[in-house]
Design a protein around this ligand. Structure first.
Ligand SMILES: [Zn+2]
Length: 114
């Protein structure tokens, strides 16, 4: 049961990475069915081309990545651990997320106040 959950999660992350590389955005939503009841829903998959980022947003992302890189230098020996399973967290190439090496959970890195 837990293996199934891990497998599906891993495959979903692979699919997300693949879509990202090819320039697509995937969303999987649960849409409620009638009568409204817990568990009475359908999963809907949506794929669309990713939007191109405008130069201002790109500059903001680069600034934030740089700020986080600076922060990283200071806190190099700090250990991140997954809030879900306690596994080791690794910084991803996306710039401001850490990913758990065990369960694949993505967590946003909060910037500390200056
Ligand atoms: Zn984890």
């Amino acid at each position: 049961m837990k293996d199934n959950l891990r497998n599906i999660h891993r495959q979903a992350l692979e699919l997300v990475n693949q879509a990202c590389e090819l320039g697509y955005v995937i969303t999987i939503d649960t849409v409620p069915e009638q009568p409204l009841a817990m568990g009475n829903h359908t999963m809907v998959v949506n794929v669309r081309p990713a939007r191109q980022l405008d130069p201002v947003t790109i500059a903001m992302i680069e600034d934030e990545a740089q700020a986080l890189a600076d922060l990283d230098d200071k806190d190099e020996d700090e250990d991140w651990s997954c809030s879900h399973c306690g596994g080791p967290m690794h910084r991803t190439q996306i710039g401001y997320h850490n990913q758990c090496g065990d369960c694949g959970r993505m967590e946003r890195v909060e910037r500390e106040a200056p």
